[in-house]
Design a protein around this ligand. Structure first.
Ligand code: 5RP
Length: 271
């Protein structure tokens, strides 16, 4: 692995814990104006200082993140389908490597749709992106998308998708939490980060998901909706940091969340 590629990866793992807390704000690329991400600038600004990386598209980066933002960027470079289509897997590379370099990002990310009608094209895009990335020192994160086929969120399917991604050269893989997650981790030779998926019933459930994933070997999280659709997004992100970086229990993380929430409510009441 080249020095540049290692350097970019290390930017996203900055605390020495060997783990990372990425904030996913790329949902608009196929979902349009998602709830509480309608105005991306307003959603991202208070959260960016507490994220180890921001995962987004070039459009949101250029319009909604100040160029002096020090948080490393994971640039989504795939797209081409929207939730209006039955099949979400018809994706291609939407942003060239030269643009990723111009934007000075720390990694590029694309979705792979294993088991879908466009499995081949998304896997071929991954392999090409890895080759392009390695020429210029750019890490590639494969996102094992499950599209609308949520029933595929099981250990056998996700192990297959993660392993294939690693075999094709992905430097990082993002996947979903599932029963038997340890099998997914064991079979994937590169670091795994977990997405949160749709907003869970309450904050505790999202903290439990992160706790279980990290305990079973994930190297971090790349979560979106369970953070910025929470009523207390900054408090939620800080609580997740405690789990990922400090090995906090779920109860300790809830204390972090409630402490931060109460401080913010008290500050708001005083102004
Ligand atoms: C969309 C994505 C999202 O970034 C990923 O699903 C993480 O966000 P969330 O925690 O809301 O699921 O890759 O395709």
């Amino acid at each position: 692995m080249s020095w540049g590629l290692q350097n970019r990866i290390s930017r996203m793992f900055p605390t020495g814990s060997g783990h990372t807390v990425m904030l996913a704000v790329d949902h608009g690329y196929f979902m349009g104006p998602t709830r509480r991400l309608e105005n991306a600038r307003n959603t991202i600004a208070p959260l960016a200082p507490y994220a180890d990386a921001l995962a987004l598209t070039r459009g949101i980066l250029r319009t909604s993140v100040p160029a002096d933002c020090p948080t490393p960027i994971v640039l989504r470079v795939s797209g081409g389908a929207t939730i209006l289509q039955e099949d979400l897997s018809d994706e291609t590379i939407t942003t060239p490597m030269a643009e990723a370099l111009r934007l000075n990002v720390s990694a590029v990310a694309l979705s792979v749709f294993v088991g879908s009608p466009h499995e081949h094209q998304t896997l071929a895009s991954l392999a090409d992106l890895v080759s392009d990335g390695e020429e210029v020192g750019m890490p590639v994160m494969a996102i094992t998308a499950v599209g609308k086929e949520l029933e595929k969120r099981d250990a056998r399917y996700l192990s297959l998708a993660c392993r294939v991604s690693a075999e094709l050269g992905a430097h990082l893989v993002k996947t979903y939490y599932c029963d038997g997650f340890e099998k997914v981790v064991e079979a994937c030779p590169v670091p795994l980060v977990v997405a949160g998926g749709p907003k869970l019933e309450n904050d505790r459930q999202a903290l439990e998901l992160a706790y279980s994933a990290i305990s079973l070997g994930a190297k971090g999280i790349d979560m979106g909706r369970n953070i910025w659709q929470s009523d207390h997004p900054v408090a939620m992100l800080k609580a997740l940091r405690a789990i990922v970086h400090e090995k906090a229990s779920v109860d300790d993380a809830l204390d972090v969340l409630n402490g931060e929430k109460n401080r913010r409510l008290a500050r708001a009441a005083a102004t």
